[in-house]
Write a new protein. Sequence first.
Length: 740
Amino acid sequence: MTERLIFSTQEREETLLLYNRIKEAIGSSLVEGDEENVRLHLRRYMEQPETRRDVFGLNPILTSLQTAQIVVEEIGLRRDAVLAILLHPSVEAGFTTIDDVQQTFGESVARILHGLQRIQELYKKNPVIESENFRNLLLSFAEDMRVILIMIADRVSLMRQIRDAQNDDARRRVSEEAAYLYAPLAHKLGLYQLKSELEDLSLKYLEHDAYYHIKEKLNATKKSRDAYIANFIAPIKQKLESAGLKFHMKGRTKSIHSIWQKMKKQHCPFEGVYDLFAIRIIIDCPEEKEKMQCWQAYSIVTDMYQPNPKRLRDWLSVPKSNGYESLHITVLGPEQKWVEVQIRTERMDEVAERGVAAHWRYKGVKAESGMDDWLSGIRSMLENSTGLEAMDQFRMDLYEDEVFVFTPRGDLLKFPKGATVLDFAYYIHSKIGNQCVGARINNKVVTIRHILQSGDQVEVMTQTNQRPKQEWLNIVKTSRAKSKIRLALKETQQTEGMMAKEALERKFRNRKIEVEEPVMMRMMKRLGFKETSDFYRQIATGQMDVNYVADKYLEEKQRETVVTGDNQARSASEFQFDADQQAALTAQGVSSSDVLVIDQNLKGIDFQLSKCCQPIYGDPVFGFVTAGGGIKIHRTDCPNAPELRKRFGYRIVRAKWSGKGSSMYSITLRVVGNDDIGIVNNLTSIISKDERLILRSINIDSHDGLFSGNLVVMLDDTSRMEALIKKLRTVKGVKQVSRI
């Protein structure tokens, strides 16, 4: 059973004091009946038995009034924002509705409450608040900028109250949010004082020892620091006055958080942070004399104190892209201490302070597209009381080309407007995208075509039998998803091609047909295919029957006419070839004494030498894992090598020869020359004279006084092959000898 909210004496007094103070500040903006309706509402809210203190033990009524005070006195909002703050706790608890608020207090108050409610819904999705994306989503989700301002004020109020809170975990959580989320938002809006307070308080709760160490150091040095500043500016002031300049000067000490950041960045103690404070000289002059008087002041300062030329920042001659104008110089003051001096005019200072050139920009943080002008306009509305009415009609149109969506665990992702569930799936992982069948968004099942909206929490649904389709390219919006779909489609086609090739090889084995790659490639070309992938794709899709392919293969093979010793070529009548010798040689192969090292250090693996390129001992080679699991060895300059690497790169393994070559290998030499009498005998005699060379077959063709032929020779390695080619080229009438 919950206890009814009871005010302490101190809380009652503070509540009454704050209520009257706020009423006096915004009295002119209230309409008839507002005060009575708010009093009635607060009384009813207090009487609800469910009304209770928060996790820190704070009174919700008093907390609302403290937030309202910040909104009024430090930000400058009036009626609508204050009423929304006071009504929000009961709307959140369900004691009243936004529709009731709209009827009683008007549409503007209801709109602010609706924005606050939407933000609460975002928090329920457990977002990762440290991301820039969440800050952007918060801005675009709030609808009305006053929602963001109220949230900043509420967090400042909360951070001020939780100093003595017992719930350390809750205090750490809100402090981290203050540092990562609310301080940067305050900075973007030019609320520098609130931003510094949030940063300092978060440091106080998160880094207790560091905070108090710096605070004690600042307190201990305050007197001497103030005296130093006075001593530093006194002669400058005198010189500026003597020069006839109209100006005022102010000094500022860095915040505790800024000092701590600099200590961490520079890896130095407190004493090592030399620019604990800066002096600002603000000149009052006509716009046409601004540059002249600023440089005049610069000259006076640098004449008195030694400047550091490396620290000069001239944003006067060439202003920053955001309009910021100023001269920054660091000089060596009394006691050999470095002091930063900023020189600008009243106009320049106003521009900088209004947020057009907000400090966060010239510190190096890049703005979102269109952010600067928009924030500048908002800041102007806040500072101009006549502009508050424009806020009622305000609708955020930032990020109109972007949407921000949540993952199930709270990560926030950014997509272009129009992106779909399929874009989201491929952003997570290629496998998730390939198997995506839809998604569950805000507990509602949608298709892969569903267009994402900002604030959606997306949970992708997959099925293992799902495969990418060509039409998916028209569904996705992002180039990342398109490229992944194209890659998946290509891999699918390659897989289908491999399966088609395996089916074709199986058919060939059943018909006792031995596959020879050169014959297969010629057959594909004769059938009109430029790419082997297109050939196998037609088999995979059933456009071409494997039996038809087998018949065409046999036709292509029969086109070859092999001329041996019995089929003599013209002018080679004296040549004879021993068929018995050929039969004996055909049975020879690679002996086990030769070792082929496959894939770095694997030996003893069964392999076959490819017939398409006939590698021999000493050739640069590589291994190709066939569909049956065996390994075929190809020369690196094999005519089929580029296609194998392109389509089946994952099946390529490294290979190299090892040991000593002692086996006999078959090579084919192409010989072209003049068809002179006895030239064939001269060629064969060279081979027969070498005991380590064995002629296996000759295929000769003669036409118009020229002959061309293939010599199949057995030898043991590449060095002997190169020597043979060199000898054959010396034969009179031989024009060309090359290895096939």
